[in-house]
Design a protein around this ligand. Structure first.
Ligand code: SF4
Length: 477
Protein backbone atom coordinates (compact mmCIF):
# COMPACT_ATOMS: atom_id res chain seq x y z
CA UNK A 1 0.00 0.00 0.00
CA UNK A 2 1.38 3.42 -0.89
CA UNK A 3 2.25 6.10 1.65
CA UNK A 4 -0.43 8.68 2.42
CA UNK A 5 -0.25 11.64 0.05
CA UNK A 6 0.80 14.95 1.52
CA UNK A 7 -2.01 17.37 0.83
CA UNK A 8 -1.05 20.35 2.96
CA UNK A 9 2.21 21.79 4.15
CA UNK A 10 2.71 22.54 7.84
CA UNK A 11 1.74 26.13 8.51
CA UNK A 12 3.65 28.14 11.09
CA UNK A 13 1.37 29.64 13.73
CA UNK A 14 3.97 31.01 16.13
CA UNK A 15 7.68 31.74 16.14
CA UNK A 16 9.64 31.96 19.37
CA UNK A 17 11.58 35.17 19.68
CA UNK A 18 15.33 34.80 19.08
CA UNK A 19 14.90 31.10 18.20
CA UNK A 20 16.74 29.63 15.19
CA UNK A 21 13.53 29.96 13.17
CA UNK A 22 13.15 33.61 14.13
CA UNK A 23 16.78 34.44 13.34
CA UNK A 24 16.45 32.71 9.97
CA UNK A 25 13.40 34.82 9.11
CA UNK A 26 10.55 32.30 9.52
CA UNK A 27 7.30 34.14 10.14
CA UNK A 28 3.81 33.11 11.33
CA UNK A 29 1.71 32.19 8.32
CA UNK A 30 4.63 30.67 6.42
CA UNK A 31 4.01 27.26 4.91
CA UNK A 32 6.95 24.89 5.21
CA UNK A 33 6.98 23.05 1.91
CA UNK A 34 10.04 21.01 2.79
CA UNK A 35 12.67 20.61 5.48
CA UNK A 36 16.03 19.46 4.16
CA UNK A 37 14.22 18.26 1.06
CA UNK A 38 11.54 16.28 2.89
CA UNK A 39 7.86 17.07 3.31
CA UNK A 40 6.66 15.79 6.68
CA UNK A 41 3.39 13.84 6.76
CA UNK A 42 2.61 14.75 10.32
CA UNK A 43 3.92 16.52 13.37
CA UNK A 44 5.74 13.37 14.47
CA UNK A 45 7.88 13.46 11.34
CA UNK A 46 8.15 17.24 11.60
CA UNK A 47 9.54 16.90 15.13
CA UNK A 48 12.17 14.46 13.92
CA UNK A 49 13.15 16.65 10.98
CA UNK A 50 13.49 19.84 13.01
CA UNK A 51 15.81 18.03 15.39
CA UNK A 52 18.46 18.03 12.69
CA UNK A 53 21.15 20.71 12.61
CA UNK A 54 21.28 23.37 9.92
CA UNK A 55 17.98 23.11 8.11
CA UNK A 56 17.08 24.27 4.64
CA UNK A 57 13.44 25.29 4.73
CA UNK A 58 11.51 25.80 1.51
CA UNK A 59 8.87 28.33 2.44
CA UNK A 60 5.75 29.62 0.76
CA UNK A 61 4.75 33.03 2.04
CA UNK A 62 1.64 35.03 1.36
CA UNK A 63 2.40 37.94 -0.91
CA UNK A 64 5.43 36.25 -2.50
CA UNK A 65 4.92 34.66 -5.85
CA UNK A 66 7.42 31.85 -5.55
CA UNK A 67 8.56 29.63 -2.70
CA UNK A 68 12.01 30.49 -1.38
CA UNK A 69 14.62 28.87 0.83
CA UNK A 70 15.58 29.92 4.33
CA UNK A 71 18.72 28.49 5.86
CA UNK A 72 18.42 27.83 9.59
CA UNK A 73 21.57 27.51 11.67
CA UNK A 74 21.01 25.38 14.72
CA UNK A 75 22.51 22.66 16.85
CA UNK A 76 21.18 19.10 16.63
CA UNK A 77 18.28 18.74 19.01
CA UNK A 78 17.96 22.48 19.53
CA UNK A 79 14.31 23.53 19.23
CA UNK A 80 13.54 25.21 15.92
CA UNK A 81 11.11 27.61 17.55
CA UNK A 82 8.36 27.34 14.93
CA UNK A 83 4.99 25.96 16.01
CA UNK A 84 2.82 24.47 13.31
CA UNK A 85 -0.93 24.40 13.03
CA UNK A 86 -2.00 20.80 12.96
CA UNK A 87 -1.05 17.27 13.88
CA UNK A 88 -1.43 15.60 10.52
CA UNK A 89 -0.49 17.18 7.20
CA UNK A 90 -1.78 14.45 4.96
CA UNK A 91 -5.31 13.30 5.59
CA UNK A 92 -6.38 12.08 9.00
CA UNK A 93 -7.23 8.43 8.55
CA UNK A 94 -10.92 8.15 9.19
CA UNK A 95 -12.68 5.22 10.70
CA UNK A 96 -14.61 2.78 8.53
CA UNK A 97 -16.55 1.28 11.41
CA UNK A 98 -20.17 1.95 12.27
CA UNK A 99 -20.36 1.13 15.95
CA UNK A 100 -23.83 1.23 17.47
CA UNK A 101 -22.44 3.01 20.51
CA UNK A 102 -20.45 5.62 18.57
CA UNK A 103 -20.95 8.97 20.27
CA UNK A 104 -20.18 10.88 17.09
CA UNK A 105 -23.27 9.29 15.51
CA UNK A 106 -25.23 10.67 18.45
CA UNK A 107 -24.34 14.32 17.97
CA UNK A 108 -27.15 16.71 17.13
CA UNK A 109 -27.25 18.44 13.78
CA UNK A 110 -25.66 21.83 13.49
CA UNK A 111 -22.49 21.19 15.45
CA UNK A 112 -19.12 22.14 14.01
CA UNK A 113 -18.24 19.83 11.13
CA UNK A 114 -14.89 19.09 12.68
CA UNK A 115 -16.66 17.34 15.56
CA UNK A 116 -18.01 14.76 13.13
CA UNK A 117 -14.56 13.56 12.17
CA UNK A 118 -14.32 9.89 13.03
CA UNK A 119 -10.61 9.29 13.16
CA UNK A 120 -9.04 5.87 13.39
CA UNK A 121 -5.46 7.01 13.00
CA UNK A 122 -2.63 5.49 15.00
CA UNK A 123 -0.80 8.83 14.84
CA UNK A 124 -3.60 10.56 16.73
CA UNK A 125 -3.54 7.67 19.15
CA UNK A 126 0.13 8.39 19.80
CA UNK A 127 -0.26 12.17 19.84
CA UNK A 128 -3.52 12.55 21.74
CA UNK A 129 -4.34 9.20 23.28
CA UNK A 130 -7.26 8.61 20.90
CA UNK A 131 -8.33 5.00 20.68
CA UNK A 132 -7.87 3.17 17.40
CA UNK A 133 -9.55 -0.06 16.36
CA UNK A 134 -6.65 -0.90 14.00
CA UNK A 135 -9.11 -1.85 11.24
CA UNK A 136 -7.22 0.45 8.88
CA UNK A 137 -3.77 -0.33 10.20
CA UNK A 138 -1.27 -1.64 7.66
CA UNK A 139 2.04 -3.44 7.49
CA UNK A 140 3.67 -0.11 6.65
CA UNK A 141 2.12 1.49 9.73
CA UNK A 142 3.45 -1.32 11.88
CA UNK A 143 6.92 -0.82 10.47
CA UNK A 144 6.79 2.89 11.20
CA UNK A 145 5.46 2.44 14.74
CA UNK A 146 8.16 -0.08 15.54
CA UNK A 147 10.94 1.90 13.88
CA UNK A 148 10.01 5.24 15.41
CA UNK A 149 8.91 3.66 18.70
CA UNK A 150 5.53 5.43 18.65
CA UNK A 151 4.54 4.36 22.12
CA UNK A 152 2.21 4.27 23.94
CA UNK A 153 -0.77 3.60 21.70
CA UNK A 154 -4.42 3.16 22.68
CA UNK A 155 -6.48 0.38 21.15
CA UNK A 156 -10.21 -0.30 21.28
CA UNK A 157 -10.81 -3.95 22.01
CA UNK A 158 -14.50 -4.18 23.01
CA UNK A 159 -14.44 -7.98 22.63
CA UNK A 160 -11.76 -10.54 21.91
CA UNK A 161 -14.26 -12.85 20.23
CA UNK A 162 -13.65 -12.09 16.52
CA UNK A 163 -17.26 -12.35 15.39
CA UNK A 164 -18.61 -10.25 18.22
CA UNK A 165 -15.93 -7.62 17.73
CA UNK A 166 -16.77 -7.43 14.01
CA UNK A 167 -20.46 -7.15 14.89
CA UNK A 168 -19.83 -4.39 17.42
CA UNK A 169 -17.70 -2.41 14.97
CA UNK A 170 -20.03 -3.34 12.10
CA UNK A 171 -16.94 -4.01 10.10
CA UNK A 172 -15.76 -7.47 9.14
CA UNK A 173 -12.16 -6.34 9.47
CA UNK A 174 -12.87 -5.97 13.17
CA UNK A 175 -12.66 -9.76 13.38
CA UNK A 176 -9.02 -9.80 12.37
CA UNK A 177 -7.55 -6.41 13.19
CA UNK A 178 -6.53 -7.39 16.70
CA UNK A 179 -3.69 -9.30 15.04
CA UNK A 180 -2.02 -5.90 14.83
CA UNK A 181 -2.41 -5.53 18.58
CA UNK A 182 -0.43 -8.74 19.01
CA UNK A 183 2.24 -7.50 16.59
CA UNK A 184 2.55 -4.15 18.41
CA UNK A 185 2.87 -5.87 21.76
CA UNK A 186 5.39 -8.35 20.40
CA UNK A 187 7.35 -5.38 19.09
CA UNK A 188 7.57 -3.93 22.58
CA UNK A 189 5.10 -1.09 22.06
CA UNK A 190 3.22 -0.07 25.18
CA UNK A 191 -0.47 -0.37 24.47
CA UNK A 192 -3.44 0.55 26.59
CA UNK A 193 -6.76 -1.07 25.75
CA UNK A 194 -10.37 -0.07 26.11
CA UNK A 195 -13.61 -1.99 26.29
CA UNK A 196 -16.71 0.12 25.79
CA UNK A 197 -19.23 -1.98 27.68
CA UNK A 198 -22.72 -2.00 26.22
CA UNK A 199 -25.36 -3.73 28.36
CA UNK A 200 -26.81 -6.76 26.65
CA UNK A 201 -23.98 -6.80 24.08
CA UNK A 202 -20.59 -7.33 25.65
CA UNK A 203 -21.19 -7.27 29.40
CA UNK A 204 -21.78 -10.26 31.67
CA UNK A 205 -20.29 -13.52 30.39
CA UNK A 206 -18.93 -11.78 27.28
CA UNK A 207 -16.95 -9.33 29.38
CA UNK A 208 -15.58 -12.28 31.35
CA UNK A 209 -14.60 -13.93 28.07
CA UNK A 210 -12.95 -10.73 26.81
CA UNK A 211 -10.85 -10.31 29.94
CA UNK A 212 -9.87 -13.98 29.76
CA UNK A 213 -8.92 -13.39 26.12
CA UNK A 214 -6.75 -10.42 27.13
CA UNK A 215 -4.92 -12.48 29.72
CA UNK A 216 -4.50 -15.38 27.32
CA UNK A 217 -3.54 -13.55 24.12
CA UNK A 218 -2.45 -10.04 25.03
CA UNK A 219 -0.93 -10.24 28.50
CA UNK A 220 1.57 -7.50 27.64
CA UNK A 221 -1.25 -4.95 27.45
CA UNK A 222 -0.36 -2.22 29.93
CA UNK A 223 -3.96 -1.61 31.00
CA UNK A 224 -7.53 -2.28 29.92
CA UNK A 225 -10.20 0.30 30.71
CA UNK A 226 -13.81 -0.82 31.00
CA UNK A 227 -15.90 2.25 30.24
CA UNK A 228 -19.66 2.59 29.86
CA UNK A 229 -21.19 3.61 26.56
CA UNK A 230 -22.60 7.11 26.41
CA UNK A 231 -26.17 7.39 25.14
CA UNK A 232 -27.33 10.82 24.07
CA UNK A 233 -30.94 11.72 23.33
CA UNK A 234 -29.99 11.78 19.65
CA UNK A 235 -29.15 8.09 19.50
CA UNK A 236 -31.05 6.14 16.86
CA UNK A 237 -29.74 2.78 18.00
CA UNK A 238 -32.60 1.03 19.72
CA UNK A 239 -30.37 -1.67 21.22
CA UNK A 240 -28.14 0.86 22.94
CA UNK A 241 -29.23 1.88 26.42
CA UNK A 242 -27.55 3.03 29.63
CA UNK A 243 -26.60 0.52 32.31
CA UNK A 244 -28.97 -0.10 35.18
CA UNK A 245 -27.55 0.24 38.66
CA UNK A 246 -27.35 -3.56 38.99
CA UNK A 247 -25.55 -3.87 35.64
CA UNK A 248 -23.05 -1.23 36.68
CA UNK A 249 -22.44 -3.05 39.95
CA UNK A 250 -21.91 -6.28 38.01
CA UNK A 251 -19.23 -4.61 35.87
CA UNK A 252 -17.47 -3.41 39.05
CA UNK A 253 -17.62 -6.95 40.45
CA UNK A 254 -16.31 -8.52 37.25
CA UNK A 255 -13.43 -6.07 36.99
CA UNK A 256 -12.46 -6.44 40.65
CA UNK A 257 -12.50 -10.21 40.34
CA UNK A 258 -10.30 -10.10 37.26
CA UNK A 259 -7.96 -7.65 38.94
CA UNK A 260 -7.15 -10.40 41.43
CA UNK A 261 -6.55 -12.87 38.60
CA UNK A 262 -4.27 -10.47 36.73
CA UNK A 263 -2.50 -9.61 39.95
CA UNK A 264 -1.65 -13.20 40.67
CA UNK A 265 -0.75 -13.99 37.04
CA UNK A 266 1.12 -10.82 36.07
CA UNK A 267 1.74 -8.95 39.28
CA UNK A 268 -0.47 -6.02 38.28
CA UNK A 269 -4.18 -5.39 38.13
CA UNK A 270 -4.23 -4.44 34.43
CA UNK A 271 -8.01 -3.98 34.15
CA UNK A 272 -9.92 -1.09 35.68
CA UNK A 273 -13.52 0.09 35.70
CA UNK A 274 -14.30 3.73 34.93
CA UNK A 275 -15.33 5.98 37.80
CA UNK A 276 -18.74 6.28 36.19
CA UNK A 277 -19.45 2.66 37.07
CA UNK A 278 -18.96 3.35 40.76
CA UNK A 279 -21.17 6.41 40.53
CA UNK A 280 -23.88 4.45 38.71
CA UNK A 281 -23.59 1.56 41.15
CA UNK A 282 -23.61 4.02 44.08
CA UNK A 283 -20.51 2.41 45.50
CA UNK A 284 -17.41 4.02 46.97
CA UNK A 285 -14.50 4.37 44.59
CA UNK A 286 -11.66 1.88 45.03
CA UNK A 287 -8.69 3.09 47.06
CA UNK A 288 -6.23 5.31 45.21
CA UNK A 289 -3.43 2.74 45.52
CA UNK A 290 -5.42 0.15 43.56
CA UNK A 291 -5.15 2.34 40.43
CA UNK A 292 -1.42 1.58 40.34
CA UNK A 293 -0.33 5.09 39.39
CA UNK A 294 -3.49 6.04 37.45
CA UNK A 295 -2.25 4.86 34.02
CA UNK A 296 -5.65 5.53 32.40
CA UNK A 297 -6.59 8.53 34.46
CA UNK A 298 -7.29 10.47 31.27
CA UNK A 299 -10.05 8.03 30.39
CA UNK A 300 -11.89 8.38 33.66
CA UNK A 301 -10.22 5.60 35.63
CA UNK A 302 -9.40 6.78 39.12
CA UNK A 303 -10.03 10.43 38.33
CA UNK A 304 -12.16 10.87 41.42
CA UNK A 305 -9.51 9.42 43.73
CA UNK A 306 -6.73 11.42 42.07
CA UNK A 307 -8.84 14.58 42.28
CA UNK A 308 -9.53 13.94 45.94
CA UNK A 309 -5.82 13.42 46.68
CA UNK A 310 -4.81 16.55 44.79
CA UNK A 311 -7.55 18.54 46.47
CA UNK A 312 -6.04 17.42 49.76
CA UNK A 313 -2.69 18.86 48.69
CA UNK A 314 -0.94 15.93 47.01
CA UNK A 315 0.69 17.62 44.01
CA UNK A 316 1.68 14.28 42.46
CA UNK A 317 -2.01 13.46 42.11
CA UNK A 318 -2.78 16.61 40.10
CA UNK A 319 -2.82 14.49 36.98
CA UNK A 320 -3.90 15.61 33.62
CA UNK A 321 -6.15 14.43 30.90
CA UNK A 322 -5.87 15.03 27.23
CA UNK A 323 -7.60 18.23 26.25
CA UNK A 324 -11.13 17.18 25.71
CA UNK A 325 -13.17 14.61 23.88
CA UNK A 326 -12.72 16.27 20.50
CA UNK A 327 -9.28 17.72 21.06
CA UNK A 328 -7.62 15.90 18.22
CA UNK A 329 -9.71 17.64 15.64
CA UNK A 330 -9.87 21.05 17.25
CA UNK A 331 -6.61 21.38 19.07
CA UNK A 332 -3.28 22.18 17.53
CA UNK A 333 -0.42 20.08 18.77
CA UNK A 334 1.98 22.98 18.68
CA UNK A 335 2.88 22.96 22.35
CA UNK A 336 3.99 19.48 23.23
CA UNK A 337 1.10 18.01 21.29
CA UNK A 338 -1.31 19.55 23.74
CA UNK A 339 -3.79 22.24 22.88
CA UNK A 340 -4.60 25.05 25.22
CA UNK A 341 -8.13 25.08 26.40
CA UNK A 342 -9.26 28.64 26.56
CA UNK A 343 -9.37 32.01 28.17
CA UNK A 344 -11.19 33.05 31.27
CA UNK A 345 -13.94 35.57 30.91
CA UNK A 346 -13.44 38.93 32.52
CA UNK A 347 -13.65 39.30 36.28
CA UNK A 348 -15.90 41.84 37.94
CA UNK A 349 -16.17 40.13 41.30
CA UNK A 350 -15.43 41.56 44.71
CA UNK A 351 -12.89 40.25 47.18
CA UNK A 352 -14.44 37.59 49.35
CA UNK A 353 -17.34 37.05 46.97
CA UNK A 354 -19.27 33.79 47.37
CA UNK A 355 -18.03 31.06 45.06
CA UNK A 356 -20.06 28.67 42.91
CA UNK A 357 -18.36 25.67 41.30
CA UNK A 358 -19.91 24.77 37.97
CA UNK A 359 -19.69 21.07 37.26
CA UNK A 360 -21.46 18.17 35.60
CA UNK A 361 -23.83 15.98 37.56
CA UNK A 362 -21.21 13.27 38.06
CA UNK A 363 -18.57 15.81 39.01
CA UNK A 364 -20.92 17.25 41.63
CA UNK A 365 -21.17 13.88 43.34
CA UNK A 366 -17.40 13.65 43.53
CA UNK A 367 -16.95 17.23 44.67
CA UNK A 368 -19.73 17.37 47.26
CA UNK A 369 -17.85 15.62 50.09
CA UNK A 370 -14.67 17.54 49.31
CA UNK A 371 -16.41 20.90 49.42
CA UNK A 372 -18.38 19.92 52.53
CA UNK A 373 -15.10 19.03 54.19
CA UNK A 374 -13.90 22.60 53.83
CA UNK A 375 -16.63 23.79 56.17
CA UNK A 376 -17.03 27.04 54.25
CA UNK A 377 -20.49 28.45 53.75
CA UNK A 378 -19.30 30.79 50.99
CA UNK A 379 -18.74 27.91 48.55
CA UNK A 380 -21.51 26.07 46.78
CA UNK A 381 -21.73 23.55 43.98
CA UNK A 382 -23.68 24.41 40.88
CA UNK A 383 -24.37 21.10 39.10
CA UNK A 384 -25.29 21.59 35.47
CA UNK A 385 -27.62 19.05 33.90
CA UNK A 386 -26.62 18.10 30.39
CA UNK A 387 -29.86 18.76 28.56
CA UNK A 388 -27.96 19.41 25.35
CA UNK A 389 -26.95 15.77 24.97
CA UNK A 390 -29.46 14.34 27.43
CA UNK A 391 -29.40 10.58 27.93
CA UNK A 392 -26.89 9.38 30.47
CA UNK A 393 -24.33 12.13 29.82
CA UNK A 394 -23.24 13.53 33.17
CA UNK A 395 -19.51 14.22 32.81
CA UNK A 396 -18.14 17.74 33.11
CA UNK A 397 -16.08 17.42 29.93
CA UNK A 398 -19.26 17.35 27.82
CA UNK A 399 -20.91 20.41 29.32
CA UNK A 400 -22.01 22.82 26.65
CA UNK A 401 -22.32 26.59 26.53
CA UNK A 402 -26.10 26.47 26.14
CA UNK A 403 -26.58 24.46 29.34
CA UNK A 404 -24.20 26.76 31.19
CA UNK A 405 -26.17 29.76 30.01
CA UNK A 406 -29.32 28.27 31.52
CA UNK A 407 -27.54 27.36 34.74
CA UNK A 408 -26.07 30.83 35.16
CA UNK A 409 -28.97 32.94 33.95
CA UNK A 410 -30.62 33.37 37.34
CA UNK A 411 -27.49 33.25 39.44
CA UNK A 412 -26.57 36.37 41.40
CA UNK A 413 -24.09 38.83 39.96
CA UNK A 414 -20.87 39.57 41.77
CA UNK A 415 -20.23 35.97 42.77
CA UNK A 416 -17.25 33.99 41.53
CA UNK A 417 -18.13 31.18 39.15
CA UNK A 418 -15.47 28.52 38.64
CA UNK A 419 -15.62 26.39 35.51
CA UNK A 420 -13.52 23.28 34.81
CA UNK A 421 -11.46 23.77 31.67
CA UNK A 422 -12.24 20.21 30.55
CA UNK A 423 -15.35 21.48 28.78
CA UNK A 424 -13.44 23.93 26.60
CA UNK A 425 -11.26 23.37 23.60
CA UNK A 426 -9.40 26.41 22.31
CA UNK A 427 -11.85 28.60 24.19
CA UNK A 428 -14.97 27.02 22.69
CA UNK A 429 -17.61 24.74 24.10
CA UNK A 430 -18.76 21.75 22.10
CA UNK A 431 -21.74 23.72 20.82
CA UNK A 432 -19.36 26.40 19.51
CA UNK A 433 -20.36 28.96 22.14
CA UNK A 434 -17.62 30.78 24.02
CA UNK A 435 -17.12 32.17 27.50
CA UNK A 436 -18.27 35.51 26.17
CA UNK A 437 -21.73 34.03 25.54
CA UNK A 438 -22.25 33.21 29.22
CA UNK A 439 -24.45 35.59 31.24
CA UNK A 440 -21.94 35.75 34.12
CA UNK A 441 -18.16 36.04 34.09
CA UNK A 442 -16.53 32.72 34.92
CA UNK A 443 -13.04 31.74 35.96
CA UNK A 444 -11.68 28.80 34.06
CA UNK A 445 -9.82 26.47 36.38
CA UNK A 446 -7.59 23.61 35.36
CA UNK A 447 -9.56 20.47 36.09
CA UNK A 448 -7.52 18.93 38.84
CA UNK A 449 -8.00 18.98 42.58
CA UNK A 450 -4.98 21.11 43.32
CA UNK A 451 -6.01 23.86 40.93
CA UNK A 452 -9.54 23.91 42.31
CA UNK A 453 -8.25 24.08 45.87
CA UNK A 454 -5.97 26.96 44.98
CA UNK A 455 -8.78 28.79 43.19
CA UNK A 456 -11.00 28.39 46.25
CA UNK A 457 -8.27 29.71 48.51
CA UNK A 458 -7.42 32.67 46.31
CA UNK A 459 -9.18 35.99 46.46
CA UNK A 460 -8.90 37.25 42.98
CA UNK A 461 -8.86 41.04 42.85
CA UNK A 462 -11.83 42.51 41.05
CA UNK A 463 -11.53 43.16 37.36
CA UNK A 464 -8.24 41.36 36.79
CA UNK A 465 -8.24 39.15 33.76
CA UNK A 466 -6.51 35.89 34.68
CA UNK A 467 -3.71 34.49 32.61
CA UNK A 468 -4.42 32.09 29.87
CA UNK A 469 -5.07 28.78 31.56
CA UNK A 470 -2.32 26.19 31.44
CA UNK A 471 -2.82 22.93 29.63
CA UNK A 472 -4.89 21.09 32.08
CA UNK A 473 -5.55 17.63 32.76
CA UNK A 474 -8.02 15.81 34.74
CA UNK A 475 -11.20 16.31 36.67
CA UNK A 476 -14.01 14.36 38.01
CA UNK A 477 -15.77 13.83 34.73
S1 SF4 B 1 -14.49 3.21 15.89
FE1 SF4 B 1 -14.93 4.98 17.15
S2 SF4 B 1 -15.30 6.63 15.70
FE2 SF4 B 1 -15.44 4.73 14.55
S3 SF4 B 1 -17.64 4.24 14.55
FE3 SF4 B 1 -16.68 3.16 16.28
S4 SF4 B 1 -16.92 4.53 18.04
FE4 SF4 B 1 -17.28 5.75 16.18
Amino acid sequence: MSAPRVTTAPKVVAVTEASPADLAGVRPGDELLSLNGRSPRDVIEYSLLVDEPDLDLVVRRRGRTDPFTLRVAKEPGEPLGAEVSSAVFDRVRTCDNHCEFCFIHQLPKGMRRSLSLKDDDYRLSFLYGNFTTLTRFTEMDLERVLTERLSPLFVSIHATDPDLRAAMLRNRRGAVSLRWLGALLDGGIEVHGQVVVCPGKNDGAILEDTLAGVLDRYPQLATVACVPLGVSRFSHESAMRPHSRAEAAAVCDTVERWQETFLSALGRRTVFAADEYYLMAERPFPAAATYEGFPQHENGLGMARAFEAAFGGDERAALGVRPGFFAAVDGAPAAGYRARRGLSADGGTERGAPIAILTGEYGARVLAPLVDGLGRDDIRLLPVANTFFGGNIGVSGLLTGSDLIEALRDQPEGHRYLLPDACLSEGRFLDDLTLGDLPRPVEVVATDGLSLRRALESERPAGVRPERVPVSLGAPR
